[in-house]
Design a protein around this ligand. Sequence first.
Ligand code: H79
Length: 450
Amino acid sequence: MNRLTYNTLLTALALSVVVPMARAAEPANPDPYANETPAQRDVRMQWWREARFGMFIHWGVYAVPAGVYKDKKGGAEWIMAIQKIPKAEYQGLAKQFNPVKYDPDAWVRLAKEAGMKYIVITSKHHDGFALFDSKASDWNVVKASPCGKDLLKPLAEACRKHGIKLGFYYSQAQDWCNKTGNHVDDYLRDVAVPQVRELLSNYGDDTPAIFWWDTPYDMTPQRVAPLLDLLKLKPGILHNNRLVRPEVGGDFSTPERKIPATGLGDRDWETCMTMNSNWGYVSYDNQWKSGENLIRNLIDIASKGGNYLLNIGPTAEGEFPQPCIDRLQQVGKWMKVNGEAIYGTRANPFEKLPFDGRCTRKPFDAAQGKPGKLFLHVYRRPANGKITLPLSNTITKAYLLATPDAALTVADKTITLPDSLPDPIATVAAVEIAGEPVVAIETTPAKGEE
Ligand code: H79
């Protein structure tokens, strides 16, 4: 027996005897990605980092009261808790949850038209009402509402058809109807774990692409272990940081209603935000953010290296409010021209920008022979129309994404913009750079808060 074979044998012995014994003593790590290498992680995160823009959908029985209970205003998806609606009464509202106008194909087309690449929908919010067929609780759309069918299945099909990824939001701990008293462990065993298994098993190989946990109240490492372990049913799935505290686990952080001032360094993140003031549909909430605000939020977030998950609260009948549709279309019009400056981009490399706006970039792509690019999202034209970049690279070419065939004048590091900019919200100048990746001048690694 030569030495190599002998060593191989020893290794095999060690693996067959020592490792299983060690495993038996200590249960396998439930985290499906505990042993993932950074390179494997990059592959898994790639579509999500490329996407940059997604749609959040908050839909459930709370769309019936739509923010009003006994003539009193207050609460959207939280209305049951905020207005202390008795459980039986709240559950009775499901009789009016009849989304006869639900057209998942139209929803997905609107998301796609806006330039969004993925959708995350509330499969079950804190009220415990499941938008899907569930054997674990009758408090679901099939059993408790006149709708009588699983609402996630046709959405999954529409997403598949249009090439949009679908993720499921699931409130794993607060469940105002299924959980009685403080019986967290009973609830997790009897409802949450079986439902998460259903959600991970019944919607096709590609769905869900994301599991979006929410509110890690009462969650301990021991309690979340079976939930984490279930994620192994969907190899490659992404999940957020809200399963258990401290919220540093999962694949990405989730600043809610805010944009971290300087991004979150190397940590992937996604800002979720409402389009008006509430997540769930509220009949009287007219605080719609302007199209300009939404477009600039998307730019701002991309320039800091994050994703934008922008929310819609459909009505109980299953329609998007018209102001949402108008804004999605407006964002889509901008994205059609300027999407290249958002998708797959990296954070702004400059410490200070010499103009009013934001910057994203694409690195030099040696494999494809594509130059490094900076995208200058110009909010306001400088008085003299000139932007001088503090760069060490040579600028080889510059043009507006709106008019790619018209080269801008470049003199050394100075670009001259046209006399008037085509888009008052943000006109994007693409700046191509010679050679190696864009050299960041005096960048400070962003460490931002969460
Ligand atoms: O689904 C959306 C929110 O319902 C959920 N996360 C996003 C995506 C969320 N759950 N809890 N929280 C956010 C934070 C808690 C907020 C509260 Fe309140 C402050 C609960 C009670 C006081 C906001 C204000 C909700 C009710 C009143």
